[in-house]
Unconditional design. Structure first.
Length: 272
């Protein structure tokens, strides 16, 4: 789940974690990835989004973990499901996914106090070429951001790499939401912007944990918040896509805690 301000949890200081933290995040990240793997065969034309939420909640509880989003700031569901022009924080409910939809599912689990936060895109049946291209651009943008994660680089290097690539592909990066620090708290410092200038921002140090989660629009970047107080949509009603990993800065690069153990993180719709 994305956030820009989190007064209830933020400490304002970037935490550096040791081996215990890395081990805790591996367990939490793996379970979050396994939850999204489990949902893959259920994301089909005709599925009701609340059914997917029920499946995720049962999976998380059955594995002895807790769904972090359930009850968070009044949120009443386990996952966020954001189809088509919904940018993020779509609330599962009576909406039915239809042939040709693309949808992001975002889940955060708590395992032994550690948070694993990840999201990925799903194609519903046959997906149009422009939607496939958008999803492909979004995943490549994440990869380019991840490539900047190493000690000595800065948070701005991540955002600059993402923005430069996305705009070169004639798409736009959402400005209103960002990645965030996490660990034993859900949202913490630092903010990870998905746009910006190289050489700016916080210096990356071994032991830092955060998410990278670019949201990319096929049209322009402005978004608006719906009356439910959660759902963000593109102002121009263009398609939007997002993908997210929780990562840790190592001594020589990056560890991805939320990599799919079955290789399903990158959606099958791109294989065609």
């Amino acid at each position: 789940m994305t956030d820009t301000l989190d007064g209830d949890y933020r400490t304002g200081q970037i935490k550096l974690h040791g081996p215990e933290g890395f081990e805790g995040m591996r367990k939490a990240g793996r379970l979050a990835a396994e939850c999204l793997d489990m949902l893959e065969p259920y994301v089909v034309p005709g599925v009701v989004t609340e059914k997917l939420d029920d499946l995720a909640r049962e999976f998380i509880l059955d594995h002895g973990a807790l769904p972090a989003c359930l009850g968070y700031r009044g949120y009443t569901k386990t996952v966020c499901i954001s189809p088509n022009h919904v940018v993020c924080h779509g609330i599962p409910g009576e909406r039915t996914l239809r042939e040709g939809d693309i949808a992001n599912i975002d889940v955060t689990v708590i395992v032994d106090g550690w948070h694993g936060d990840t999201s990925r895109m799903y194609g519903v049946g046959a997906v149009a070429p422009r939607a496939k291209r958008l999803v492909d651009v979004t995943y490549e943008a994440l990869e380019r951001g991840l490539a900047q994660v190493k000690p000595g680089n800065r948070t701005g290097d991540i955002g600059a790499a993402i923005q430069q690539y996305v705009e070169s592909m004639r798409c736009s990066v959402v400005r209103d939401f960002c990645g965030h620090g996490l660990g034993r708290v859900f949202h913490d410092a630092p903010n990870i912007l998905h746009f910006g200038q190289k050489g700016t921002g916080e210096v990356l140090k071994a032991g830092m944990f955060f998410t990278i989660e670019p949201m990319v629009n096929l049209g322009k970047h402005p978004v608006k918040l719906l009356a439910d107080g959660w759902t963000a949509v593109t102002r121009d009603k263009s398609l939007s896509a997002q993908c997210e990993h929780s990562v840790g800065v190592t001594e020589d690069g990056v560890e991805i805690f939320t990599a799919s153990p079955t290789g399903q993180f990158r959606p099958a719709i791109l294989a065609a």
